[in-house]
Design a protein around this ligand. Structure first.
Ligand code: 4AD
Ligand code: MG
Length: 465
């Protein structure tokens, strides 16, 4: 079989050629037929659709055909012909079949169709073999590519912020410690505390919760930058929207105020939805049919809508006047919960919403303070079904105000002296935001649980695969 080059199923299904010799390799999704002929649906992951392989039983070793079952990996050489069957244009009349790996029908967990998503989470190592995860993973790839393309097209530079860090960017929630000290016998200080000066980095370090602080340093030189990397939060939140390890996209722009920041966030999100519609339609149609029949409409609606912009204070008034009963009370000064965010988006405005000017006590130290001494120039973008998809702000660029806030919030100055330095030397107004990649993928795929849009979810008590 070596003389033929392997074709991808995606290309063959589009091909106008007939009668040509082709070679495909992939995994068997189903095999059916009778004593004369076998029909094998073969998928190689390049596209959601399978190609039909027709094998005349008389032409093949009977034992070989018997061993080919759902899940086995094979190579097929044959002729590409017009298909008489329904649902496909072309099929392959097989001449040679090579079997790479069998999948015992007695034990192969995906022998039958129609497993629940919960069950598939328990076999995360095999679930990419399903139509659903093939679709999700292809869309995830397309969105990652579209993000890099968007920023590249708009003159942004990709900055690789560190994963191991000595600072706590958000100051909310716990961080995962990174250490090589012996957990049973750590070196101690005379006061009996763990002596981190003897640790690998000579100080206490953790996995980062955000690449923002480093992105700010770069923006104050390169003007337009973004990070796109894994971030880690050791919060014990077992919800369909939280992961302990998730990917975040964080653009940071010098000379942008909060309004420029909102404009960018809105244009960025719409362009990603458009990219999905332009490049992922096969997968979107599958997900639309199987999981969420409003998915494609919703993507189009977001592109066509103007995001509603209002202040946190205005949002609180709307929520209070709504007459709804809430699980979490609505009070000026407390953080909005997903139920409040979704009410504003889904019931009140019927479009994405951007809230600004949050109470400073519920937001991070770096947000620009407003003159009212109560609020900061933060912004959250709220989406249907998701709630918060983006969190961002204009940054406090004034050295004295920033230092005051750092002290008020008891942030150790020794951890952020380098950050403060940027406000001492050539400080400038700047803004940025963070898009949760998996929340974006949730929205674009119509899936309902964040565990189903990342290959190997990390959640409390779960890091098996
Ligand atoms: O609102 P967050 O915490 O903002 C920041 O980290 C800022 N440093 C961003 C910035 O201004 N550069 O997180 C940003 C986004 C959220 O809006 C949400 O989409 C996502 O990250 N996110 C999570 N996604 C999955 N699991 C979690 N535990 C998440 N926490 C935040
Ligand atoms: Mg947030």
């Amino acid at each position: 079989m070596e003389h033929l080059r392997r074709s991808k199923v995606a290309d063959l299904l589009q091909s106008k050629e007939r009668g040509s010799e082709v070679l495909v390799k992939g995994w068997v999704r189903t095999k059916r037929g009778n004593k004369n002929v076998n029909f094998i649906a073969l998928n190689d992951g390049s596209v959601i659709h399978h190609i039909q392989v027709v094998a005349e039983v008389a032409k093949f070793d009977e034992e070989l055909l018997k061993k080919i079952t759902t899940g086995s990996a094979i190579a097929v050489e044959g002729t590409l012909v017009e298909s008489m069957g329904q649902g496909q244009n072309v099929e392959i009349q097989a001449r040679k079949i090579e079997l790479f790996g069998t999948a015992d029908p007695e034990t192969y967990p995906l022998q039958k169709k129609g497993h629940t998503l919960e069950f598939l989470r328990e076999i995360a190592h095999l679930r990419p073999r399903t139509n659903t995860f093939g679709a999700v993973l292809r869309i995830r790839h397309a969105m990652a590519f579209a993000i890099h393309k968007y920023f590249n097209d708009h003159g942004f530079f990709y900055i690789h912020s560190p994963i191991v860090t000595g600072s706590d960017a958000e100051g909310a929630g716990a961080m995962f410690r990174v250490t090589t000290l012996d957990p049973l016998h750590p070196p101690l200080t005379p006061e009996g505390k763990v002596n981190y000066t003897e640790d690998f980095f000579g100080k206490e370090t953790s996995l980062t919760v955000s690449g923002q602080l480093e992105a700010e340093l770069a923006a104050l030189s390169l003007s337009l930058v973004y990070t796109f990397g894994p971030t880690f939060r050791a919060e014990n939140s077992n919800t369909p929207r939280h992961l302990a390890e998730f990917w975040m996209i964080e653009p940071e722009m010098a000379f942008y105020d909060i309004h420029d920041n909102m404009d960018l966030a809105e244009d960025f999100l719409k362009s990603l939805m458009q990219y999905a519609l332009d490049h992922c339609m096969d997968d979107l149609e599958f997900l639309n049919k199987m999981y969420d029949n409003e998915l494609i409409d919703r993507l189009q609606q977001v592109i066509g809508s103007k995001f509603e912009r209002l202040t946190y204070t205005e949002a609180i008034e709307i929520l209070k006047a709504s007459g709804q009963s809430w699980e979490f009370p609505v009070d000026w000064g407390s953080d909005l919960q997903a139920e409040h965010e979704r009410y504003l988006v889904e019931k009140h405005f019927h479009c994405p919403v951007i809230l600004t000017n949050y109470p400073r006590d519920i937001k991070a130290f770096y947000m620009k303070q407003n003159d009212d001494n109560k609020t900061v120039r933060g912004m959250d973008v709220l989406f249907p079904r998701i709630g918060e998809i983006i969190g961002g702000s204009q940054r406090e660029e004034d050295y004295d105000s920033l230092l005051r806030r750092i002290r008020e919030m008891n942030i150790p100055e020794k951890d952020v002296w380098w950050y403060l330095d940027t406000r001492r030397f050539g400080t400038a107004p700047h803004s940025g935001f963070g898009l949760g990649f998996e929340r974006l993928i949730l929205f674009v795929t119509g899936m309902s649980n964040i565990r189903d849009v990342i290959p190997f979810p990390r959640t409390p008590k779960n890091a098996e695969f």
